[in-house]
Design a protein. Structure first.
Length: 273
């Protein structure tokens, strides 16, 4: 029996590789999570770099709470089943008139996973619109083989190495994943997706959580994961023992240390989180 998604939503995910919008947070929860992010944002200088906003669930209690929110997990369970791990998280702010963008790409190209049993939740903490650079997808492209990509290192590309798919994308067939604050989307690990710059006068904030199952293995250095629901009979990944409880300052210090270690690992192995 479905816990959160309707049959129509589940079919959309299976057929298109994406499903949205899914209402998940109350207005009060949105306001609280936004306030927590803005505190962290201010402590990181106002416009933090992407690496400063990855894996926040391992170091900040509010990010852990959002990534394991019961409403989110109920919907994930409809897609992945009862055994759920939080693999990685990222926060994606796009500031007013921000030229940054995400090139067309497939995550499965460079995440070094041995299975496609992974889904990415994109939780909107502000409205995510065409004007402020919402995510865009090519519906049904998750059924394509993995396409060749090139590393462009383009200046305003948010991806770590400017990864870009090397096939022509028909823009008219792309789907804008428009969300209101408190809504989320799910997209398949192999769907072709990207986003345009923020051409508006308002900030866009998205919190992305990549969920997988214990059966999935990673052919690279493995990050600690959160066993959010169910059991892990495979033990492929180190598991976070308890939720983070440190202060913001201690969390930032621990996160900075881990980010430096991760950057060094990326230079050696080139996975992208």
């Amino acid at each position: 029996m479905s816990k959160r998604l309707s049959q129509e939503q589940f079919r959309s995910y299976q057929q298109k590789g994406v499903v949205f919008p899914i209402k998940v947070l109350s207005p009060e929860e949105v306001a609280w999570f936004c306030a927590q992010f803005e505190k962290l944002e201010a402590r990181l200088g106002g416009k933090p770099k992407a690496v400063q906003l990855s894996q926040t669930h391992l170091h900040f209690a509010w990010a852990y709470e959002l990534s394991t929110h019961p409403g989110v997990l109920d919907a994930v369970e409809d897609i992945l089943g009862p055994n759920i791990m939080v693999w990685t998280t990222s926060i994606f702010p796009k500031y007013e008139r921000d030229p940054s963008y995400v090139s067309w790409h497939q995550d499965g190209t460079y995440w070094a996973l041995d299975s496609t049993q992974l889904t990415s939740a994109w939780i909107a903490l502000t409205d995510s619109t065409v004007a402020n650079g919402c995510m865009r997808v090519v519906p049904g492209s998750h059924r394509f083989p993995i396409q060749p990509h090139v590393e462009t290192y383009a200046q305003n590309n948010v991806l770590s190495r400017g990864q870009e798919i090397q096939v022509e994308i028909e823009e008219s067939g792309a789907l804008d994943v428009v969300l209101k604050a408190g809504e989320m989307s799910f997209h398949h690990v192999n769907i072709i997706h990207g986003s345009n710059p923020n051409r508006s006068d308002s900030k866009r904030i998205g919190f992305a959580v990549r969920f997988t199952t214990p059966k999935v293995n990673q052919m690279a250095e493995k990050p600690p994961v959160v066993l959010a629901r169910g059991v892990d009979e495979y033990h492929h990944f180190p598991v976070l023992v308890s939720p983070p409880t440190a202060s913001v300052e201690e969390g930032i210090a621990a996160h900075s240390k881990e980010a430096r270690r991760l950057l060094e690992s990326l230079r050696k192995t080139k996975p992208s989180f």
